[in-house]
Design a protein around this ligand. Structure first.
Ligand SMILES: *Cc1c(COP(=O)(O)O)cnc(C)c1O
Length: 371
């Protein structure tokens, strides 16, 4: 409903659509619209969460045990780790800490749908740099788009929704070109799925920071995707303590729950079991990708837990084809579909739906048949 509000809201907020969540699938179908991990929680994680009974108490706002664990893992001090309720919260906090009215936040487009809204809420101005033809960040165009108002540059690798990585050399070139007082947020929500991609690696950023370099870069990680904890809302940042302190000052206090902290700790104890699942999803993705290419889809190799199907002009109709087969996918009006790699049982239906889309587009008039 777009009734005008009875009180004066900030006009840019009144005009802003709320974040749109992926649809639920039809009965017996599969939800492939939110890049969720199709595996149920590890029993050890579920048990630990169920055993968290002090629900009348506030959580540890400093997330001390988890931060210590993450600090050990990354070879940094606990002051270089900041935990928040998912990496969307982290993004919001860092953008608010660094950019306000008159400032610019630069990111590629298409990229993560949450970015533009977060920038607007901060009162800042978003600058969207179109991806190249392969759906990858156009790093040279990003460099050209930097102005003296640029305060934040977001780099999403692998990129949601196109699945392309930002090659390490491109990332290095971007960092080289940026003034070193501009905050760079390296959003690695899908990094665990991108082994072998040659994409920019946040671990190298952290290694450089141990030597006092790249202090303007913050690495963002989440437990929502590879680690399968999307329901609990938890993620973390690694970076310069003074930069993290800025983000922490903008945070809503005590928003990372105790069950989320415990689940993250237990998950880190069982990393090998979780990485086996990540490996299974990545192999499933590669199988799907090869089958799509065989169907004629011109899609570059995807590196997240999803595939991008460009269907310019027909995304709505294509989404309906999937929906009729019981699959909910994410539709980007006029551009294409993002289809998550879900349960093994969803794969045949996914490929049949994709084939059906190829056929209806071939039957369409020539000007609309560019895949
Ligand atoms: C899913 C996703 C996130 C993570 O979201 P959480 O808030 O941690 O669940 C962050 N960035 C991108 C690009 C994503 O796709």
């Amino acid at each position: 409903m777009s009734d005008s509000p009875p009180v004066r809201l900030r006009p840019e907020i009144a005009a802003l659509a709320a974040y749109r969540q992926g649809r639920n699938p039809p009965e017996g179908g599969f939800k492939l619209s939110s890049n969720e991990n199709p595996f149920p929680p590890l029993p050890q994680v579920a048990e630990r969460v169920a055993a968290a009974t002090a629900l009348n108490r506030y959580p540890d706002g400093a997330a001390a045990a988890l931060r210590q664990r993450l600090a050990d893992r990354h070879g940094v001090d606990t002051s270089s780790i900041h935990v928040a309720a998912g990496s969307v919260s982290l993004l919001a906090q860092f953008i608010q800490a660094a950019a306000g009215p008159g400032d610019e936040v630069l990111h590629s487009w298409r990229s993560f749908e949450a970015y533009p809204g977060l920038v607007t809420v901060a009162g800042a101005t978003g600058v969207r740099v179109p991806n190249d033809a392969e759906g990858a960040h156009d790093v040279d165009a990003m460099i050209s788009a930097v102005s003296d108002r640029t305060r934040v540059v977001i780099v999403c690798t692998p990129n949601n929704p196109t699945g392309a990585v930002v090659p390490q050399a491109d990332f290095d070139r971007l960092l080289e070109a940026l003034p070193d007082d501009v905050l760079v947020l390296l959003d690695e929500a899908y990094r665990e799925f991108s082994t072998g991609s040659g994409g920019a690696d946040g671990d190298l950023v952290v290694a450089a920071q141990r030597e006092g370099r790249l202090r303007n870069v913050v690495v963002l990680r989440t437990f929502s995707k590879a680690w399968g904890l999307a329901a609990l809302r938890i993620g973390y940042a690694v970076g310069d303590p003074a930069v993290l302190a800025g983000a922490r000052s903008t945070a809503i206090p005590l928003s990372v729950t105790e069950p989320a902290q415990l689940a993250a700790l237990v998950s880190l104890d069982h990393e090998d079991a979780l990485l086996e699942r990540v490996d299974a999803i990545a192999r499933r993705r590669d199988t799907v990708w090869r089958a799509l290419v065989a169907q004629g889809w011109p899609v570059p190799r995807p590196w997240g837990n999803f595939v991008w199907l460009p269907v310019p002009g027909d995304a709505g109709e294509a989404a309906e084809v999937f929906h009729r087969r019981g699959l909910t996918v994410r539709e980007f009006a006029g551009e294409g579909l993002r289809v998550s790699i879900g349960e093994q049982e969803s794969v045949d239906d996914l490929l049949r739906a994709a084939q059906e889309v190829v056929e209806f587009r071939q039957a369409a008039p020539p000007e609309a048949s560019v895949l």
